[in-house]
Design a protein around this ligand. Sequence first.
Ligand SMILES: [Zn+2]
Length: 230
Amino acid sequence: MLPGPDQIIACPQCGHLARRPTLSSGNTFHSVQWSDGRLEAPMLPEYPDLTRCRGCRALYWIRDARQVGEVDCWHEDIEDAPQEWQVAERVDEPGLDEYADALEAQMATDRDDELFLRIRYWWLFNDPQREEQSLAERGSGRRKRRNKKVLAISEKHASRMEANLERLAKLLDARKPPERIMKAEIARQTGRLDQAIALLEKCPAGLREYSDQILVFARDGDRVVRPLSD
Ligand SMILES: [Zn+2]
C-alpha cells in the first residue's frame, strides 16, 4: 500500500480546513469479503466521501469542498507548507449518525449517491456483528463488552435501518448480479428467507461462488452477516 498526497480541503459551509488522505496504490491482500458486499481490505483503505466539519458541524460531500492545496509527506517537508495546512485535522470518518442525518437531509443527488449512503449505513450497522465474529474466532474475552455495544447501536438505529433497508431493496436492480445478491442479502437478514432463496437460486454465473454460499445460509435460516470464502 502506498499513500498518495494529503488533500487540504475547505468546508463548503464555513471554510474550516481539513486534511484528507489519498491512496496512490493498494491491493486486496488479506481481505475479507462479507455477505452484505463489504470488502474489508487492510491494504486498500477507503477514505471518507462524506464528513462532518469539525468547525461548524455541517455534513458535506468531499467532492463539494474546494481543494486549497496538497501536502505530499513522502516528498516534501511538512514545515514548508502554510501553517494552517499543517494544523488541519484529518477528516472524520462518518458514523451511523452521519449517514442517517445525510439521508434525512436528502444529500443524495442521484441513485448512485443514495445507494452509496444507504449501503454504507447498512454496512456500519452490521459492523458490530463482524467484530463479534472476528473476536469469537480469536477467542477474545472482550465479547461481553461488545454485546453491550451491539445493543446500544441496535436501539438507536434499528427502526431507521428497517426503513433504510426497505428503500434500499427497492432501489437495487435484481437484473444486475452484484445488486441482486445484495437484495437477497437484505431479504435474508430481515427474515424474508423464501425471497432470498428465490433470488439466489436464479443468480447468473459469474458471482455464483458468493451467491451459493449465501444460499446455504438462507436455507439454514441463518440471518447474520457472514464472511465468505474465496
Ligand atoms: Zn464547516
